[in-house]
Design a protein. Structure first.
Length: 270
């Protein structure tokens, strides 16, 4: 009985290069269509999803279970057999950061920054619009579509349901961003407040400025961008100060899963 033949031929060492494939091109094209469908029509996203899946399948088939290679033409300047390479002494790779802040410092930093941001936002509403409730109602309007249908008088008044939604959004968002600060600030040991109080607010202010016309166009005319940036900077500085001054602990990068979970602790350390 004859042995089954494989589609992929064996190539000599250092004479094989990956076979050409259009998989990455189709995957990228499909991913682009998926995002384009968010602002056009759902059918565009469906076509993009199909193209993306097909591209990833074609891409994976060229790598698994064995890499698809084609042999270089004869006469190429490739040494055969493989040259003997000098061995290097084994060194332990240093994983950075060596220390990080506790997660609870990010939670406390996010809550403290949330208070500072709320003060700045309420100050804008009181000084510019004569109402402390306008910024709160606008925050809820990002996730509650019915808010943009309210008139200006209603947006400047207290509404219990919208107030509860805004408080929930503010609490969850500030806590999440505070955790991000606890993870990211140890990677900027020289200028943590520059990253927390300037760079990050500039990034997410620019992101919201570019997308608010898509998320909720009716609320765009109410936003004062200088004040918005000021409230984000207030959050960044306060959160950055709280997190950067908290005690650091060593990371568990070099430990095994059992050591991280404490499974192999001795009786004396329990």
């Amino acid at each position: 009985m004859s042995q089954p033949t494989t589609e992929r031929t064996q190539t000599p060492y250092m004479r094989g290069i990956p076979e050409p494939t259009s998989g990455p091109l189709w995957a990228g094209f499909g991913l682009t269509l998926m995002f384009a469908g968010l602002v056009t029509n759902w059918a565009v996203s469906v076509v993009g999803l199909i193209a993306c899946i097909a591209g990833f399948i074609a891409w994976a088939r060229g790598c698994f279970p064995e890499e698809a290679l084609e042999e270089l033409e004869k006469g190429s300047d490739i040494i055969t057999p493989a040259p003997a390479l000098a061995t290097k002494p084994a060194t332990e790779r240093v994983m950075l950061p060596v220390q990080m802040h506790r997660y609870r410092s990010g939670v406390w930093g996010g809550l403290a920054g949330g208070v500072a941001m709320a003060i700045a936002a309420v100050a804008w509403g009181l000084l510019r619009e004569g109402s402390v409730w306008l910024p709160i109602n606008l925050l809820a309007g990002v996730f509650v579509p019915s808010v943009d249908a309210e008139n200006v008088a209603m947006l400047k008044s207290f509404q219990p349901g919208i107030f509860a939604v805004a408080c929930g959004i503010h609490l969850v968002t500030c806590t999440f961003v505070g955790l991000l600060y606890a993870v990211c600030l140890p990677m900027m040991p020289s200028r943590p407040l520059l990253f927390g109080g300037v760079i990050s607010p500039v990034l997410w202010t620019g992101m919201l400025y570019a997308t608010i016309g898509i998320v909720n166009p009716a609320l765009e005319k109410f936003v004062s961008w200088p004040w918005f940036f000021a409230s984000q900077a207030a959050f960044g500085f306060v959160c950055g100060i709280v997190v950067s001054r908290s005690k650091k602990i060593s990371t568990m990068t070099g430990l095994t899963i059992a050591e991280r979970l404490g499974v192999e602790r001795s009786e004396g350390t329990r």
